[in-house]
Design a protein around this ligand. Structure first.
Ligand code: UDP
Length: 449
């Protein structure tokens, strides 16, 4: 491990892909600023230490009964993880207090879902910074929903789905991240989590030029510094943070495709579909005539292990024009010159990775922050088109043609390229993310004086 002089930061990660990746990236960025880094993680979905030889790792032994194959802690699990991990983190920090001055812990940065860490940091009397792994616009909805509840404007009736949400322009009620099916549980969970929220500062993987208004409102609400350090995927070195092995052979296939011709299709690490949706997606892709690289995550199709539901001769049907993989090196793919579009579930990491490479999107969000982000992609930044709620082959084929070969798609691509240029400027010396990172470093150091 390198000898760092700025002190040690403990980063507490939540064991989902979309949460672990930005935290590890942030760890790398802060390591380059002189901090030693300890990654505190659960037993489930641990990061691979060999990909991060410059970090120390601390196991927080949660007692959840999940198996190797169950990849999704639910909102009920979040409470248990927070309960289980409290004592081991506190013990570690108390021991660490007795070590040499140069290795003192100067702050805890915790995932917003690991809110127990704020209580531990308070106890030890060190700064506690929260990393919110979604967009500022999504976090703003959790500030506003309780207000709507208090005013009696929430929950809303179905007839209001397309109405604008007061104080959350441009979101419609249908874009809100609280699912009707388990609205009560989600609201209860948010209530508990928000009571425990007490942080010295907020860190977001975003950029001023994308979310200025939401960032301003978050700052007004929480009254603590809000550091916007995105895109972390660009600021951090390109190290693998995937839980699943990446099929890197698809890069050779991409190398043989024409510039901007390939549609990359992935629904991230959590979204699931049924067998009918998988079959319709296949036929939509096949009938579009467009080259495609499609990630079908094992276990993501209910009732199937992988692609059994596809026609037996599916490889002959698509020939060399399409490739299906289990997990892909997504950042490399989006940066590849052959990729001209991304059909995505609009997870925040995927969105930032796509925007950073100037790749326009087809948006089919499933839940939580994905719907908020899809609204921004389609309506605010105008670099994405919304796929109809009905996932049938005709709709899919039509949307692919609109994005990949239509005038509308071309205009979105031009706008996406402009955004990419603005994003590139933000991480250069003097840019907003560059400055915010320096401010964050300064903040941690001065909080410890
Ligand atoms: N990802 C990947 N390979 C894949 C699919 C996804 O490396 O085949 C990565 C992607 O680059 C992103 C993360 O998995 O960093 C998914 O996070 P996101 O927030 O987009 O969605 P989530 O999985 O949380 O729904």
């Amino acid at each position: 491990m390198e000898n760092q002089s700025a002190g040690r930061l403990v980063l507490v990660i939540f064991p989902l892909q979309g949460h672990t990746t930005p935290m590890l990236q942030l760890g790398n960025v802060l390591h380059s600023k002189g901090f030693a880094i300890t990654i505190a993680h659960t037993r489930f979905n641990p990061p691979n230490p060999s990909n991060h030889p410059h970090f120390s790792f601390l196991l927080l032994p949660d007692t959840l009964p999940y198996s190797e194959t169950s990849a999704t802690p639910s909102i009920y699990d979040v409470g248990n993880i927070n309960r289980d991990c409290h004592a081991p983190l506190q013990e570690f920090l108390e021991l660490q207090k007795q070590t040499a001055d140069s290795d003192q812990v100067v702050g805890i940065i915790y995932d917003a879902l690991m809110y127990f860490a704020a209580t531990v940091a308070d106890h030890i009397k060190i700064p506690r910074l929260v990393l919110m792994t979604s967009s500022a616009s999504f976090d703003q909805t959790f500030v506003t929903i309780p207000r709507l509840l208090a005013q009696g404007s929430f929950p809303f009736e179905d007839s209001k789905l397309h109405d604008p949400v007061p104080q959350l322009n441009p979101l419609r009620f249908k874009d809100l991240p609280v699912p009707k099916e388990n609205m009560v549980e989600t609201l209860q969970f948010l209530d508990t989590a928000s009571k425990l929220k007490s942080f010295s500062a907020i860190i977001l993987n975003t950029i001023d030029c994308l979310e200025e208004s939401s960032l301003f409102q978050l700052q007004e609400h929480y009254k603590v510094p809000v550091f916007r350090i995105g895109p972390l995927s660009k600021l951090a070195p390109a190290l693998s943070t995937s839980f699943i092995k990446e099929e890197t052979s698809c890069i050779a296939w991409l190398n043989d495709q024409a510039a901007k011709s390939v549609l990359y299709v992935s629904r991230g690490s959590l979204a699931v579909s049924d067998e009918k949706e998988l079959a319709e997606t296949f036929w939509g892709l096949a009938n579009s005539g467009q080259p495609f690289l499609w990630v079908v995550r094992p276990g993501s199709v209910s009732g199937s292990e992988w692609t059994e539901v596809l026609p037996r001769d599916f490889k002959e049907i698509i020939g060399e024009r399409g490739l299906i993989v289990k997990w892909a090196p997504q950042k490399e793919i989006l940066a590849h010159s052959a990729v001209g579009g991304f059909w995505s579930h609009c997870g925040w990491n995927s969105t930032m990775e796509s925007l950073s490479e100037g790749v326009p999107m087809i948006c089919s969000p499933q839940f939580l922050d994905q719907k908020v982000t899809a609204r921004y992609l389609t309506y605010v930044w105008e670099v994405g088109l919304e796929l109809d709620d009905v996932l049938d082959r005709q709709n899919i084929e039509r949307s692919i043609r609109r994005l990949m070969t239509g005038r509308e798609g071309n205009e979105m691509r031009q706008r996406a390229i402009k955004l990419k240029q603005m994003i590139n400027v933000s991480i250069l010396k003097g840019g907003s993310s560059f400055n915010s990172l320096n401010d964050l470093t300064e903040f941690i150091l001065t909080e410890n004086l």
